[in-house]
Design a protein. Structure first.
Length: 146
């Protein structure tokens, strides 16, 4: 990724490399569609990047985990983009929850399977939560020991 084509062209035959051109207009349009659908469960939205946003859930009633699965399914159905959803009391905890949701799905056994796709850290009991985060924290270089 990011290498000039003339330096990696030889990999097409040897390793089956496929080169595709980017369509930033299409990528932006897909991002807009996804962000519109993601806003559904909450009253506020903050776009973090072209493929990440934070949805404010303060005052939202009901089962947030179920709502998140519903939004995830709607995005997948209407836009065709699978996504992970992380719910936390703060933005950093929401990002951590999203990491856990994606990792639990992609690498079974890395986290509890009930945290795959949607990880709601708000719904977990405070006691024992650190043990669920340990794989994330300990794999980082110079990570603080628990």
């Amino acid at each position: 990724m990011g290498a000039p084509w003339f330096e990696i062209r030889h990999l097409t035959d040897r390793h089956g490399l496929v080169a595709l051109s980017a369509s930033f207009t299409l990528y932006g349009d897909m991002s807009d569609r996804m962000m519109t659908l993601a806003t559904g469960p909450g009253p506020t939205r903050g776009i973090y990047s072209i493929n990440e946003s934070f949805i404010g859930l303060d005052g939202v009633r009901g089962n947030l985990t179920k709502r998140a699965f519903d939004v995830r399914a709607r995005i997948n159905q209407w836009v065709g983009i699978p996504c992970g959803v992380g719910i936390g009391h703060t933005k950093p905890l929401a990002k951590l929850a999203n990491y856990i949701a994606k990792t639990a799905e992609r690498n079974p056994g890395s986290y509890s399977s009930d945290l795959a796709q949607v990880c709601n850290l708000r719904a977990l009991p405070a006691q024992g939560t650190q043990s669920r985060w340990r794989p994330f924290c300990c794999q980082r270089k110079n990570a603080r020991k628990w």
